[in-house]
Design a protein around this ligand. Structure first.
Ligand SMILES: Nc1ncnc2c1ncn2[C@@H]1O[C@H](COP(=O)(O)OP(=O)(O)OP(=O)(O)O)[C@@H](O)[C@H]1O
Length: 293
């Protein structure tokens, strides 16, 4: 493997305990450069703990490498190449916007004030405004502008749009894709609003109770999983005999999700499509544990 092809993040056997409780049970995954990974799971599944391990904010068992370094031991050095927004992160409320930019300029060698100002142009976030007087959506915009103005190789976003309305959320993600992502940058993002980020993901990881239940490029998701909507109830038993991994009734129709079943075998029963990530999430989360892909 050449140095250029090395993953940005490598995780092997990642375990985390809080006291006697094991929260992460040995995660393995890689994140190659230029990809946009979504990390999705229920409340308490272990997403933030995983991100914290990658960011060097918590100790752990197993091996984590970010840009070839152990994040816990090399956090300060790593932060030159890694940026993050987390749901608990907040900007100092007593500072003016321009003073926030001064602060970041003073501490981050790869921050471009000019770029940050460019991102804020056309928004309601004015340099003289106090952070404490901005709305939640405006603070998120400021936060995003600051982070996007850091020339980082890896950007980690933990529920970045929490509490924002739909317009701000959409704008947030559009900006990220249009103004930030290049093949030299890599994005790892968690959110519960998975359908809102589906369009931009290259890869998806589902985590359930501290274990990975799905880790696939998005194009493989479309190849592997199919959703069948059966309007004619008489056809359901024959379709059921093909072994759906999930079934529910929606508005009087039977909805089934299949894994690895050629679409040619299913098309005669009803309408076929690729499940949305939220439908797939429900299907895989309800599956008995042990039956993992
Ligand atoms: N500092 C801590 N001490 C003890 N337990 C913790 C600590 N931090 C997290 N946990 C526990 O670890 C588990 C995973 O938490 P984590 O925050 O990683 O989940 P999450 O998937 O990010 O959830 P959410 O979607 O609700 O943010 C939870 O059961 C949580 O209670």
């Amino acid at each position: 493997m050449t140095a250029a092809a090395e993953p940005i993040v490598t995780v092997r056997g990642l375990k985390k305990r809080f006291g006697r409780t094991e929260i992460l049970h040995g995660l393995d995954f890689d994140i190659p450069s230029g990809r946009i990974y979504g990390l999705v799971g229920h409340n308490g599944a272990g997403k933030t703990t995983t991100l914290n391990a990658i960011l060097g904010l918590t100790d752990y068992e197993g091996e984590v490498k970010v840009l070839g370094r152990d994040p816990y031991r090399n956090r300060a050095r790593l932060m030159e190449d890694v940026a993050f927004i987390s749901d608990v992160a907040s900007l100092p409320r007593f500072l003016k916007v321009s003073e926030v930019l001064d602060l970041v300029e003073g501490i981050h060698p790869k921050f471009s004030r000019q770029r940050a100002m460019g991102f804020l142009e056309g928004t309601d976030v004015k340099p003289r405004a106090k952070v404490g007087n901005l709305s939640k959506g405006m603070i998120a915009q400021l936060h995003l502008a600051v982070v996007m103005a850091i020339d980082a190789r890896l950007l980690v976003l933990d529920e970045p749009t929490l509490g924002l309305d739909i317009t701000y959320r959409k704008r947030f993600y559009r900006r990220l894709i249009e103004d930030y992502m290049t093949e030299n940058r890599t994005l790892l993002i968690t959110t519960h609003q998975v359908d809102e980020i589906e369009f931009m993901l290259s890869d998806i990881i589902f985590i359930r109770d501290g274990a990975i239940v799905l880790n696939r490029p998005m194009e493989q998701v479309a190849q592997t999983y199919a959703q069948l909507v059966i309007a004619d109830g008489d056809r359901a038993p024959a379709a059921r005999a093909l072994g759906p991994i999930y079934e529910e009734t929606r508005f009087g129709q039977t909805v089934m999700v299949f894994e690895g079943r050629p679409r040619g075998q299913l098309s005669g029963f009803g309408a076929l499509s690729t499940p949305t990530l939220s439908d797939l999430f429900v299907a895989l989360m309800e599956r008995p544990s042990g039956a993992r892909s």
